[in-house]
Write a protein that binds this ligand. Structure first.
Ligand code: SF4
Length: 376
């Protein structure tokens, strides 16, 4: 393979991508609700939701979100808890928080119009090079090529790129090549066509090269070694944490929940209080539960019995969550400044947004609510 930094798209490659790929797309594109609108705000919402998330999952969330917040002004004026509640289960909650903040920026700084230039749209909270190029090309027909995982896979195979595809240098060169290949007359369709190709034909395993409209210019296909690309460094082992969680009931059968801090992972979501088991400090998971609650909200717990244990995988780590049924033995809960707490009934839990693992606990609480003594 030639040096990626000096590699340029040839005329033949441009012709195949600009003509054959778009003809294929015209015949094969899937129906998606965000492909039936030219509203820049709706397109922006869809692009944020589609990051790291499957199309079929996004459809229902997209519909509900736009029903609740049909305009950027509606979103800007919304309560953050309501935004997070509509995002519950979609994951990567920073996307929702940034989208909400960026909507306020659009209203305050751009008179409610999603910006049309690269500099202005990149200034919005949570908008990186991918989203900026996607919104500008799809909503405004601006000639900016996108580079997401699907596009990167297609291009590393087309050019048999031997460099680490996750490095920022490689990504910069792939984005440049994508811009050279882009059809300036149809930038929206071009971008969506390459992404569609990566998602339906040039798949990570067993790509369907016989059905591929750009196979004539694909070096990986010529080598008969398609799955060799993209080259990625060996994956690091995923860390695992044991988490002790307190289901603290009061005398009326209500549960104590607490909001996570405004910064960091799962920021702003609600959860049952608890924390990490520390092997050096804690004799047992129950001890970890008592220690965490003492440190977090300043009360002594009576840990009555194990309630449920579940495993959950987040993107960068896995957890085993050990939940205990508890009562307060001594003291009054004292929330930290940015972490309000409240007592709620099982039905009222539905009004709050929880991370997925806590959601599984809530499902278990519902399943077992008829058990004698669970809420007594
Ligand atoms: S020929 Fe095969 S490997 Fe090459 S872009 Fe098409 S589907 Fe991907």
């Amino acid at each position: 393979m030639p040096d990626l930094s000096t590699l340029h798209a040839s005329d033949a490659e441009k012709q195949v991508f600009r003509d054959d790929l778009l003809s294929w797309y015209d015949d094969h594109k899937r129906q998606m609700p965000w492909r039936e609108t030219d509203d820049p705000y709706a397109i922006w919402v869809s692009e944020i939701m589609l990051q790291q998330t499957r199309v079929d999952t996004v459809r229902a969330y997209y519909r509900r979100f736009l029903e609740a917040f049909p305009t950027v002004d509606d979103l800007a004026a919304a309560d953050r808890d309501d935004v997070l509640k509509l995002w519950e289960g979609l994951g990567y909650y920073s996307r929702a928080r940034y989208l909400h903040e960026a909507a306020a920026q659009v209203v305050e700084e751009h008179d409610g119009q999603v910006p049309e230039t690269m500099d202005a749209i990149r200034d919005l909270q949570g908008i990186g090079p991918y989203t900026a190029a996607a919104v500008l090309s799809i909503a405004y027909q601006k000639p900016h090529a996108v580079l997401d995982g699907n596009v990167a896979r297609v291009l590393t195979r087309i050019y048999a790129v031997e460099d680490d595809s996750t490095s920022s240098t490689t990504k910069r060169h792939l984005r440049r090549l994508a811009n050279e290949l882009l059809n300036p007359d149809r930038p929206a369709d071009f971008n969506q066509a390459v992404m569609e190709l990566g998602s339906t034909v040039c798949t990570p395993t067993s790509p369907d090269c016989d059905a591929c409209p750009v196979s004539t210019v694909c070096r990986a296909h010529a080598e008969g070694d398609e799955e060799r690309y993209p080259i990625t460094p060996d994956a690091k082992p995923v860390p695992h944490h044991d988490i002790a969680v307190a289901l603290i009931f009061d005398d009326d059968g209500r549960l104590l929940i607490q909001r996570r801090p405004d910064d960091g992972q799962l920021a702003g979501l609600w959860e049952f209080p608890g924390g990490k088991y520390e092997a050096d400090t804690d004799d047992s998971m129950e001890a970890a539960c008592r220690r965490e609650i003492r440190e977090e909200i300043g009360v002594d717990l009576a840990v009555e019995e194990p309630f449920y244990t579940l495993k959950h995988a987040y993107t960068h780590f896995k957890i085993t969550l050990h939940a205990f049924r508890c009562r307060i033995a001594d003291g009054a809960p004292t929330p930290r400044e940015d972490q309000p707490m409240t007592w709620v009934t099982l039905d009222e839990l539905e009004d709050y947004a929880f991370p997925r693992a806590n959601g599984k606990l809530i499902e278990e609480l519902h399943r077992r609510q008829e058990e004698p003594s669970l809420f007594d």
